[in-house]
Design a protein around this ligand. Structure first.
Ligand code: SAH
Length: 346
């Protein structure tokens, strides 16, 4: 069975032509499944009964199942979804005044082994398919529909479990499906991919011709510290990563966001702020400071509010644009990987 939710438009068009159909069938199907939110083929009244039977035989419209749902007092919803083979992945809905943002996972587990992150503890089990990533957004949209407030996911960040550039082709299909005007029609500038710094992926992404955003998980301003926090830095140290970021800015014509997690007494010192300013001075990117979500899987502590603000002040005075990431769902195990870790312990 081919899951229609995973089909990028050119691939679906090719499939329809192979079925002896006119190319426009693909757009017609997109309209039914994404705009009209058809749940089955019988609803597709302008498709002939005969072809609907063919569709039923070979294609399906399957979504991951909700295994756990946590709702925070601030309206954040965290879902643990069960996939067909029993693996589970997390996705989160965050509510901003400008819309609803979904944080999507790209892999089951992760191979990057960042020392502060609980997603990598068990390594990568497998890549997610495009339909499993699209499915996360559709399930969130269904949850929103039940609330009856007329809301849908308007923004997407690929910042859940997994390294998107370690699952490059599937993530690109996913982006093209959700960005397509007859797909979920989520604007390119509302879509952000976050990478720990896979340089080949950054270079390729620059050339996709997308107007989507890129975030780089930097977290440290020198190789010694970054080596200790992120294993990937040994393969792609800062002197390799930063030229790739500059190349991205030139080729894609877009600024990047640097994510910088603040860990108490590790990377939140005045010296680190000064090094960070020097490191990114030559790029146009801005810094998003992330208060660390503590987990029971390691000993890192979150920096105090004073430290976070002092760090922000130093960056600003040094001419670097920086913001502090707004926190969501702190009452519902919002730290990366915690809900899944909890479910695994059940
Ligand atoms: N692999 C990608 C995307 C997934 S991680 C990447 O590295 O960017 C998304 C972001 O969450 C990364 O910046 C990651 O470093 C950060 N993160 C991981 N564990 C965290 C925690 N406990 N608290 C806050 N942020 C965390």
């Amino acid at each position: 069975m081919i899951n229609l939710y995973g089909q990028e438009i050119n691939k679906l068009t090719k499939l329809m032509v192979e079925e002896g159909q006119k190319p426009y069938r693909a757009i017609q199907l997109y309209t039914w499944i994404y705009e009209k939110r058809a749940q089955n083929f019988d609803e597709m009244s302008d498709i002939s009964l005969r072809f609907r039977e063919v569709l039923k035989e070979k294609y399906c419209l399957e979504l991951p199942k909700i295994f756990l749902k946590q709702v925070s007092s601030d309206g954040t919803i965290k879902l643990l979804l069960e996939l067909k083979d029993g693996y589970k992945v997390e996705c989160v809905l965050m509510r901003y005044n400008y819309g609803c943002a979904a944080c999507v996972s790209s892999q089951v587990g992760c191979n990057m082994s960042c020392s502060f992150c609980s997603s990598g503890i068990l390594g990568k089990q497998r890549n997610l398919t495009p339909e499993e990533m699209v499915g996360q957004i559709l399930v969130i949209n269904n949850v929103l529909k039940e609330e009856n407030k007329g809301q849908r996911v308007t923004h997407v960040v690929v910042m859940g479990t997994g390294e998107p550039f370690d699952n490059y082709d599937n993530v690109m299909d996913f982006i093209r499906i959700i960005n397509h005007p007859k797909g979920l029609a989520i604007g390119a500038r509302h879509i952000t991919v976050s990478t720990c710094g896979l340089v080949e992926g950054i270079r390729k992404y620059a050339r996709e011709g997308l107007q989507t955003n890129l975030a780089i998980s930097l977290h440290a301003p020198n190789n010694k510290l970054r080596d200790a926090l992120m294993k990937i830095n040994k393969a792609y140290p800062l002197e390799t990563l930063m030229p790739a970021v500059k190349e991205y800015e030139e080729v894609a014509g877009r600024r990047v966001t640097y994510e910088y997690l603040l860990l108490a007494d590790i990377n939140d010192t005045k010296e680190c702020a000064e090094q960070l300013i020097e490191l990114i001075k030559g790029t146009k990117g801005y810094v998003n400071l992330i208060p660390y979500n503590e987990t029971n899987k390691n000993d890192y502590k979150r920096s105090s509010g004073n430290r976070v603000h002092a760090f922000l002040d130093l960056l600003t005075k040094g001419g670097v644009t920086a913001t502090i990431r707004k926190e969501f769902g702190s009452d519902i195990d919002a730290a990366c990987g915690q809900l899944k870790a909890k479910a695994d312990d059940l």
